[in-house]
Design a protein around this ligand. Sequence first.
Ligand code: SF4
Length: 425
Amino acid sequence: MSTLISTEDREGRSLPVIRERGQREVFCGLTSIVWLHRKIQDAFFLVVGSRTCAHLIQSAAGVMIFAEPRFATAILEDRDLAGLADANDELDAVVDRLLSRRPDIKMLFLVGSCPSEVIKLDLAVAAKRLSKRFLPKVRVLNYSGSGIETTFTQGEDGCLAALVADTAASKTAKPSLLVVGALADIVEDQFGRLFKALGIDDVKFLPGRTAGTQPEIGPNTHYLLAQPFLRDTARALDELGAQRIDAPFPIGAEGTTEWLRAAANIWGVDEARFERAIELPRSRAEKSLVRYRETLQDKSIFFFPDSQLEVPLARFLSRELGMQLLEVGTPYLHQDLIEKELDFLADTATLSEGQDVDAQLDRCLEAQPDITVCGLGLANPLEAKGLVTKWSIELMFSPIQGFDQAGDAAELFARPLIRKRRLAV
Ligand code: SF4
């Protein structure tokens, strides 16, 4: 079912939005374990699920690069409600065995999934029960990675929201900047240096790299989202009294500049200092885009809703690389979080929220875009019809935020077009 509605940016310009409810083609939230387990180095993700969940997580994560794995699936077979007490005992026994064999684990996430026998289990209660037993050595938290009404980046949102919800508000926390969203370590380090150059010294990142480095949060915390899909995390931060800094997202030279500027404005950094701090990296970013503009300029692009990064990417590709936006689909349009992005997009694209995959495929095939950004399940059929595709999940696995990654972000979109050109010769 599709409804065409219209939303407005802050200057009153109208943005047409197709709102759809129907068949969807997205990965579930378990997928986010693939990058989260690399980020929090002493955490373990225990999926409570079925054999399907175990297969998904194993094939999505590929070869395990650690001596000891940091995720696993506790498989629950079919059982009726009478068997739930046993299921809880079994889960406790699995956790017992895991934690006694792996003293390096300091934080354990119980990750829910969608099989009906898992839904019947109350993992929040299980996490509390296990935390009581294992604290202070191990903190046990839970969130859902279920495929019911979710898309894969909601897994990260659920994980970070659980971390924040388990943090007591600190009234004494000093004024600090909190960057929220799992970023590659190299990107975090670059941002840390830039904030330092701006004179913002007390900067923390969520999630922290280890269980012991999770930040204090309170009314003196100003937080800057690094990812646009962290709706529940933002809500949990607001509940602790933290204050959100309204900003676009740090993709591309412009996005990164405006994201840093939003924080600089709160800290009262003067324009001269701001320009001095970002001049060199911004100019490197702008230069890195020149060679890709040649390939991407005036090419049309169509986004299927998948990663929830679609709106900031569309802004970057249209404003910094000259691409034409046909349709920008996103699973959820968190208007308050992406308001600054929408200001940049007005009059350039049709947005769609949610999905009715058949209707959207019809629109895409009719539009015949030069490049289509979509999930893995749609890429092969679209390639078979002669379209060039880009897997949206790659945009989560590759560092694309910040000045020094702007060229890499552009290259991800240029590469399939260059390949097509070469094959045609
Ligand atoms: S959580 Fe649901 S959608 Fe995801 S792998 Fe398990 S069964 Fe499949």
